[in-house]
Design a protein around this ligand. Structure first.
Ligand SMILES: [Zn+2]
Length: 415
């Protein structure tokens, strides 16, 4: 064989080795899925810049700081009197709460659930567009719906001891009234590998529970919150490792719940009670420190081809005035609260928005409130080149994309 022929033979063998699939090798996805963008949305329940910024300055949220530095950040305009099911349903549909069927926790006397949804959701549009979808702990996604992937429900999942309109946090084995996991075959796998996890954070203690036992109740309750968060972290890690999808949407639910009754307030704030509010003034900031660790786990699965969004449905601030409804009690009036997010003017409690990934500006900040909770679904659909249906009222956040000179509200890149 001439030298040239030998070389040709070598090339042919090399080509064959390259293209023949090795037996037993993991086949990641159908071939066309290779070109699908990878997007992870990390939802925070109540992301409050007033508390986050000092923690970032002190270097106590290194993971969030890293994403902010490498991406775009700003406030996320929310709806009037925002709450979790209301805003998460806007994230999913980009339609107003009164149109999409989920205007709050309770709809006509029944706890909000997915069968009430009247406008098409992001998960179904992505599924129909051939995008693989993975969701876990997203509020108001119970009972779960079939998707091109998996869905594990979040806040408002019904189960043992749940009364209508009250939050409860059933374990996976205690779920009642519908499926919390799609596909069902995933349930035994999750129980074996993650455990019988709590689907949501525990309900806040009542005034009666607290009276005379403040310190014990605060610490016991916070220990339960920490356990739930660790289970959620383990769940997210397991899913990202073993069930990677093109689009992934995970939500953390404990921050808000802690803020409602343990926000670090001063004696001049509404609802101050020395007995409860001096026990652990770090309880609420600690939730963000803990959230940052969960974000660290998620970041281990984010490569240079992944777009990461960190979003929250609203902020949370101390009570300061009497609003039109009874704002000082929660859970059917049994729990005293000192901070909330249901301000009539949603601009008082904007959420957070942070995005990082290919094609997204680096180290830029969007000023003002041009970005809204309505814009999340259209922006994600845009990344997948799927047209947003006409009923969606949000827009594509083009100002976060590289190459755009848009300064809606003004973007600026810090030195
Ligand atoms: Zn919320």
């Amino acid at each position: 064989m001439s030298r040239n022929l030998k070389y040709l033979a070598f090339l042919l063998v090399a080509l064959c080795i390259t293209f023949v699939p090795v037996q037993g090798q993991v086949r990641h996805a159908p071939s066309d899925a290779y070109s699908k963008p990878r997007v992870i949305v990390f939802g925070v329940n109540g992301g409050e810049w007033d508390i986050l910024r000092p923690l970032l300055l002190r270097g106590e949220m290194p993971n969030l700081a890293r994403v902010i530095e490498r991406g775009v950040s700003g406030k996320l305009r929310t709806v009037s009197a925002p709450n979790c099911p209301k805003v998460y349903s806007v994230f999913e549909t980009s339609t107003p709460p009164e149109e999409n069927g989920i205007p709050g926790f309770i709809v006509h006397g029944t706890t909000a659930n997915t069968s009430m949804l009247r406008t098409e959701t992001l998960w179904s549009l992505l599924t129909n567009g051939g995008v693989t979808v993975g969701m876990a702990n997203v509020p108001a996604t119970f009972p779960v719906k079939p998707v091109n992937g998996y869905m594990i429900s979040g806040m408002l999942t019904r189960g043992k001891g749940c009364e209508d309109g009250l939050l409860c946090s059933p374990k996976l084995s205690e779920v009642q009234g519908g499926d919390a996991v799609f596909p069902r075959s995933l349930v035994p796998e999750l129980k074996a590998n993650v455990g019988d996890f709590l689907i949501d954070c525990a309900r806040m203690p009542t005034a009666k529970d607290l009276l005379g036992h403040e310190e014990a109740v605060v610490y016991e309750w916070l220990a339960k919150v920490a356990k739930t968060r660790e289970q959620q972290r383990k769940l997210f890690d397991y899913l990202l490792t073993n069930h990677p999808t093109d689009f992934t949407f995970f939500v953390q639910s404990c921050e808000d719940r802690v803020g409602h009754w343990l926000y670090p307030i001063q004696p001049f704030n509404v609802g101050y009670n020395r007995k409860t509010h001096t026990i652990n003034v770090d309880a609420f900031p600690n939730q963000y420190r803990a959230l940052d660790k969960v974000l660290g786990t998620v970041l281990q699965h984010v490569d240079e081809n992944t777009t990461l969004f960190i979003i929250s449905d609203h902020g949370i601030k101390p009570l300061r005035e009497k609003e039109s409804h009874d704002a000082h009690r929660d859970h059917a009036g049994t729990t005293p609260i000192i901070a909330h997010h249901d301000f009539e003017d949603g601009d008082d409690v904007p959420g957070i928005f942070v995005a990082m990934g290919p094609g997204i500006k680096k180290g830029a900040r969007v000023m003002g409130l041009p970005m809204s909770v309505f814009d999340i679904a259209p922006t994600i659909l845009h990344l997948y080149d799927i047209a947003a249906p006409r009923q969606m009222q949000g827009r594509v956040l083009t100002e976060i994309l590289e190459g755009s000179n848009e300064t809606a509200g003004g973007t600026h890149s810090p030195k």
